[in-house]
Write a protein that binds this ligand. Structure first.
Ligand code: SF4
Length: 701
């Protein structure tokens, strides 16, 4: 089809936070094909299979194409948008009238554009009086946000993708970029420095297999190991004393704390060799440019925030920050998780301000041209507390936007029952077949990637452009237009009159960003973002007039100045906490969960719509087991087994592999049965679910 194209345009991919540029081949304005963009500064002319198939999944028969209302008998019938907006507003207002204004909540996503999440957050919290709301970024990035905020004074991943190519030592902790972020991994492969690549992970992942060293520790020994490594770095005097003295606070407390973590003892508990860890310490200590990278193995942990900060501490005390090839670098998951972090208006006020700061509320009110009294003084409950609120009967109405918690939330059996207790559940999604849609009273059909406009922010803080290159099917509308419709029907048309288009919303966001570390007041509209191949934040008016080029790669902290008033980063430590549900005689296996393939995405809502992507991955659930464990249980490769936890069970095909250690198993998150098993527990600082450490037993079926 792309042979018939008459022109091309470039847009940012809508799956992962790499933010690749995709060249859309257009015929009469409609995309008929795509190829990876060769000139976009992110992706080196490549795309992973999900990106290549980005158009295919738009054509699915499972698309939601008209609003659907469920009647008392459970039957769903199509209704007009006019009726849908009325039903939405009447239903939510009825819940508020019966149970109080705080009895409705929303759960949103890192999958919609910045302008859409900004509109949703502003409409809900400043207009509709919704107090409690959160995003699915709580499931992936909340830990990194909290860790950066406490350590640096602002949620600020410091790196650019060039750093993958400029390090002489890269350390990946709980990260598998080979399949999670394959284009980033390509940059590691291009690194000309013959770098040391150290992977800290309980599984022998694809990345671990390609590394120069794999520290295959027992699950949840990561924090103790990082403290032991820090202790060794200090003991062997691999500390950058000038940097520590001039740019950090808390070194004496750090040194005293980590002294408890004797290398031999920690290695014994973690199942590692002392010499192996010593080698890693030397590589980090002697490296000229060391970068440390983490993803969900760290973030999705009951001690994730402190683990992320232990990584940050290592970068800080060795002076590995602000220079090419360095950094304590959280890699983001979803295409716009970074946008959600800045603009969702849930636990942080619009633009990463504070609800309890009077000056911040006045500033945001002015930027949005609304009375400051409309801005609440308190933050939202986090996701887990909203779920608890449904259980307690405090939340009776729920609006779910572009996320699928009935599959993805931890301990999903419980969540599904809770959704059925709601008085009114609205799901706004591209597809009408998600597990969450099956519980909905009202389904609002939304346009997807390629069918609407806006911006995404990738892992290196780059605003990239999303473009409308297809007509949405049936009556599906862009989320932005759905929010406009709701604003008008709710009676808030005047309050949100300025939100006339995504680009108009972007201008509001720019005003709100002024003088923040994430200031984007220097961006000259969508046209400049498009022309420059995306623009990294910060890009303030000062940047724009200061002789810099927007195309330049920019890492943070080159001047050693952090975002606290005293400009110093904080070195934060804490006690290591035990695993809440360790394996025992009844449940002798620790279950790890995570991404299983490059070809599927999260709950498979989109990726299963592509026959090609489906063909690259088993359609039936599987569980990775160590051959020794399987032999003891009389299980052979390919047998059907039952994986049971204290909360439920899942039947899966046994995959015997040495990638997991004896006493451990792995199931991908892409199958809906995986979260029937997981234990509902959370990082106390970030509220992020700890998906990777519940106890199970496995038996032949
Ligand atoms: Fe899209 Fe991520 Fe694949 Fe790039 S690596 S094509 S951004 S899914």
């Amino acid at each position: 089809d792309s042979l018939a194209a008459d022109t091309t345009t470039t847009a940012t991919c809508g799956y992962c936070a790499t933010g690749c540029g995709l060249r859309l081949h257009l015929k009469d304005g409609e995309a008929v094909g795509l190829t990876p963009e060769t000139t976009y500064p992110v992706n080196l002319g490549m795309a992973c299979p999900k990106g290549w198939e980005a158009l295919r999944v738009l054509d699915s028969p499972e698309r939601a194409t008209q609003p659907l209302l469920r009647d008392d008998s459970g039957k769903r019938s199509p209704i007009t948008w006019d009726d849908a907006f009325t039903k939405f507003c009447d239903g939510m207002k009825k819940v508020q009238a019966e149970h109080g204004p705080e009895s409705i909540a929303f759960l949103s996503t890192g999958q919609i554009a910045c302008e859409e999440m900004a509109f949703l957050g502003a409409l809900a919290r400043f207009g509709m009086g919704i107090r409690h709301c959160d995003g699915n970024t709580r499931q992936c990035m909340a830990t990194a946000v909290t860790a950066y905020k406490e350590s640096f004074g602002f949620d600020s991943p410091p790196y650019t993708y060039d750093d993958f190519e400029q390090s002489d030592c890269l350390v990946f902790i709980g990260a598998n970029p080979c399949i999670g972020h394959p284009i980033m991994w390509e940059r590691v492969l291009r690194n000309p420095n013959n770098p040391e690549i150290i992977v800290i992970d309980p599984r022998r992942t694809e990345t671990a297999a390609a590394a120069t060293q794999h520290l295959q520790l027992r699950p949840k020994n990561d924090l103790a190991l990082l403290y032991a490594i820090t202790n060794e770095l200090i003991t062997r005097d691999f500390v950058d004393h000038d940097f520590v003295q001039n740019h950090t606070q808390g070194f004496d407390e750090l040194r005293e704390h980590v002294a408890q973590y004797d290398l031999a003892t920690v290695c014994e508990e973690a199942g590692l060799g002392v010499d192996d860890v010593s080698h890693a310490v030397e590589a980090i200590g002697r490296g000229r440019a060391v970068s440390l990278w983490w993803t969900m193995g760290v973030n999705q942990s009951y001690q994730g925030t402190r683990t992320a900060q232990a990584i940050i501490n290592i970068a800080l005390i060795t002076g590995n920050i602000g220079r090419p090839g360095t950094g304590a670098n959280s890699i983001t998951g979803q295409c716009n998780a970074m946008g959600s972090r800045l603009w969702s208006n849930t636990t942080n006020l619009f633009g990463h301000h504070s609800f309890d700061n009077d000056a911040d509320r006045h500033k945001v009110a002015e930027a949005l041209n609304i009375p400051v009294e409309q801005i609440p003084t308190t933050t939202s409950w986090k996701y887990d507390r909203i779920i608890e609120g449904i259980r307690n009967g405090e939340i009776k109405g729920l609006w779910v936007v572009a996320t699928n918690p009935a599959h993805s939330w931890i301990d999903q059996g419980d969540v599904r029952e809770l959704f059925d207790q709601l008085d009114f559940l609205v799901v706004q999604d591209m597809y009408q077949t998600t597990e969450t849609c099956s519980h909905a009273d009202l389904i609002l059909p939304s346009a997807g990637w390629g069918e609407k406009e806006g911006t995404f922010i990738n892992s290196e803080r780059r605003y990239g452009l999303l473009k409308k290159v297809r007509h949405a099917p049936g009556q599906a509308l862009a989320d932005f237009q759905i929010f406009r419709g709701i604003a008008h029907r709710w009676g808030l048309g005047d309050m949100f009159a300025d939100w006339s288009s995504p680009e108009a919303a972007f201008e509001i966001m720019q005003r709100a960003s002024r003088d923040q570390p994430s200031d984007i007041t220097g961006i000259q509209g969508y046209e400049q973002i498009d022309r420059c191949g995306g623009i990294q934040w910060p890009w303030s008016e000062d940047h724009a007039s200061g002789g810099f080029e927007p195309e330049q790669q920019r890492r943070l902290f080159a001047d050693g100045q952090f975002f606290y008033d005293d400009k110093r980063a904080r070195l934060i430590v804490d006690d290591v906490t035990p695993m809440p549900e360790p394996s025992d005689g009844d449940y002798p296996v620790v279950l790890l969960t995570g991404r299983g393939t490059v070809s599927q995405w999260h709950t498979q809502t989109r990726t299963r719509q592509s026959p090609l992507l489906r063909s690259l991955y088993p359609n039936q659930p599987y569980v990775e087991m160590h051959p020794n464990d399987a032999e003891e249980l009389g299980i052979e490769h390919g047998d059907l087994v039952r994986v049971r936890s204290r909360r439920g069970h899942a039947d899966a095909t046994a995959c015997l592999t040495h990638s997991v250690q004896p006493g451990q198993a792995f199931m991908p998150m892409h199958y809906e049965c995986t979260n029937r098993l997981t234990l509902s527990h959370f990082d106390p600082h970030s509220g992020q679910p700890s998906y990777k450490d519940c106890a199970v037993r496995i038996a032949p079926v």
